[in-house]
Design a protein around this ligand. Structure first.
Ligand code: LMR
Length: 395
């Protein structure tokens, strides 16, 4: 029975990261997977998380299951972090949330709920989007349409085309939006553009489904959630999948949360009951460690402030690397790379061809995705000159 299954190709992101790990070249540069790395090339543990962990380990007397919705301090903290302390929806009690295994688990629970409410519903996804979105949501039974988003010639959002395409999104459709720091292109909507999407959602009746995996890595925790909060303030319903992988460095701890913004409190309670049943059916119980740590950080003012300072330092380093990269690439190639400075978060599309990306990998051991998406945080003071020269060589 099992021998009918063929070997599948490697994941487009994880396969490249593995190829880079296996490359013996000491000068190799890993710009593949979206993880933050410091100037030593290490993905660090936040000091605030370390402190929370020391306290947790000292106090923990049991590894019994968590309740099905997860850690209460985590859920409450995430609702406030994402929707804002002064969110009217929170004050009205029309929000519920469930802890999920990472941002992916959060997306999956969102998809399960959508499929239960409207089987086979159409989800509009940006072109391009994170390659896991479609298989992750589609395996539940949702269907897809794409809307144009990134314009390679301007290195920015083609908002006219996005609006043109989303005019066809109707009542019962979902529009998947990246809350901030678009993955893969780094080009985000302006506040005016979020407002236009809000007006379209009101007029046409589609529901936003927001993936926010990089809050705090673009313009800061508050600014990065401003578009999402604008929609939350004017729309009756919305689903948000939030992740602490990047902004708390909890990648392997699978720490995420699905937030339901509903018409009223009864509906929010009903959605939570649905989400618990969906989780039970898919993976049964939430993982504990990451959410216990994040919950502690979010519930303790001193740890919250320490974490925010660390996150700001991280974000400033990424933005500094963007400026350094612009200068080094302009020096090495004579071309204009100013667009890198304007993008948000960890990623940038360099605009290289698939052949140039392949040459970089084969001739210089520089690894990036086939689309020429780079993880800017993979650049450091030791590899930046080598990287710029290698790129100049292939173009
Ligand atoms: C990425 O896009 O590199 C990250 O979101 C990690 C992943 O799981 O793909």
């Amino acid at each position: 029975m099992l021998d009918v299954l063929p070997r599948l190709p490697d994941d487009p992101i994880l396969g490249l990261a593995a190829a880079c790990r296996a490359d013996p070249n000491p000068q190799k540069v890993d710009l593949t997977l979206g993880i933050y790395m410091d100037d030593e090339g290490v993905c660090p543990v936040f000091g605030a998380i370390s402190e929370a962990q020391t306290a947790l380990v000292a106090e923990e007397i049991s590894k019994a299951y968590l309740p099905p919705a997860g850690v209460a301090d985590f859920n409450n903290g995430m609702q406030r972090l994402v929707l804002g302390q002064d969110s009217a929806a929170l004050a009205d009690g029309r929000v519920s949330s469930i802890q999920a295994p990472g941002g992916c688990g959060a997306l999956r629970i969102g998809a399960e709920i959508i499929q239960a409410a409207a089987p086979g519903a159409k989800v509009w996804v940006s072109d391009p989007t994170w390659p896991v979105h479609i298989p992750l949501l589609g395996s539940v039974g949702l269907t897809f349409e794409t809307y144009r988003y990134y314009d390679a010639s301007t290195h920015g959002v083609n908002f006219d085309a996005m609006v043109e395409d989303l005019k066809q999104a109707g009542s019962g459709d979902l529009v998947l939006l990246h809350g901030c720091c678009h993955n893969p292109c780094g080009a985000d909507l302006s506040m005016d553009q979020w407002e236009t999407i809000g007006s379209m959602a009101e007029a046409q009746g589609f529901m936003p489904f927001i993936d926010i995996a990089y809050q705090g890595l673009g313009d800061g925790l508050e600014a990065d959630a401003a578009g999402l909060r604008h929609l939350a303030a004017r729309l009756p319903e919305m689903i948000v999948a939030a992740s602490c992988s990047k902004n708390m460095g909890l990648y392997r701890e699978r720490t995420g949360c699905t937030i339901f913004l509903c018409k009223d409190k009864d509906n929010a309670d009903a959605l939570l009951s649905q989400a618990k049943v969906a989780a039970r059916r898919v993976y049964s119980m939430p993982p504990a460690h990451g959410a216990l740590l994040a919950g502690r950080v979010l519930a303790d003012a001193a740890l919250t402030s320490q974490w925010q300072d660390e996150l700001e330092t991280m974000c400033a380093r990424i933005n500094g690397l963007r400026s350094d990269l612009v200068l080094k690439l302009q020096e090495a190639t004579g071309r204009d790379f100013e667009f890198i400075r304007k993008e948000k978060g960890m990623f940038s599309f360099l605009g290289l061809s698939a052949d140039q990306v392949k040459d970089l990998r084969e001739k210089h051991s520089v690894y990036m995705l086939g689309s020429s998406r780079i993880n800017v945080a993979g650049v450091n003071s030791r590899n930046i000159d080598y990287l710029a020269k290698a790129i100049a060589d292939v173009i």
